[in-house]
Design a protein around this ligand. Sequence first.
Ligand code: P6P
Length: 335
Amino acid sequence: MKNKTLGEFIIDNQNDFPGSTGELSKILSSIRLAAKLVSHETNKAGLAKHILGAAGTENIQGEQQQKLDVYADHQFIEALKAREVVCGIGSEENDDFVSFDEEKCKKGKYVVLMDPLDGSSNIDVKVSIGTIFSVFERCSAIGNPAELKDFLQKGVKQVAAGYVIYGSSTMLVYSTGNGVNGFTFDPSIGVFFLSHPNMKFPSSGSIYSMNEGNLNHCSAEIQDYISFCKGNNTATKKPYTARYIGSLVADFHRNLIKGGIYLYPSTTTAPNGKLRLLYECSPLAFLAEQAGGMAISDKGRVLDIQPEELHQRVPFYIGSKEMVKELEVFLQGGN
Ligand code: P6P
């Protein structure tokens, strides 16, 4: 039996969202289009010199922008602008939020936050990379330009979130608050097909993902937890397995399917950790909870954090609920 396409799935489920007027569907369709374009360029990056390597510019994080970063940022912004239902974008690649000031866009009910190409330092070495996106209803007056407060909303208020992983195949995984579904792209006909319906985090697992090169600069609680992961764990009768790709979307996706936990703690040199709340942690936390998993920071649930600035960083722990709860005991000094 032919699997449902993403387009069919969006239409079939668009009335699940209270007050749905089809605008959220337009956002998801525009993300689908941009994902196809980025997937195409990513998969030929090794051949097309114009798309490889550094763009010679830096983003606000002081990170070298890759040509594909800039390309992906442009494609998602243009696709979202064209649907005239989004009034503005917040992106890792842009210092400030981008307000769409075309009259029809100002009437848009939604704003989108995104990391257009997360893990892009891995492009040149053929490691999976990804796009992460988060959708909110605006809280400023419809008809006016987007305002910063539209973007600084708690993650619990997201109306949709998801990611695209450009790996051995391209997948789009998203939720509008009614569970998580994954769609695999068939490039031969340019269609995403429902391949992973109703995705659920295994309640536990034995994979931990962390850059242990930072361990000596982490808190004693984190160092104790990593020692626990390496020790003889009576329940599993063996130490946990370390898997760290260095591409958040890839590490998250693997843990969502196999079970596991991803950690990016604060360190003495990065007291708020590395990952950005609004377009990395919050959307993945929304997905994790929709899939029965859990996502916390040093001060509790990620989705309850009140953002204070667009590119705010937070310590981030996400994955199988039992594993995150196990870590939480260490963070609270209770081990
Ligand atoms: P580190 C990529 O830059 C990223 O934002 C995530 O995709 C990834 O998990 C993390 O940073 C890798 O950071 O410090 O381990 O290289």
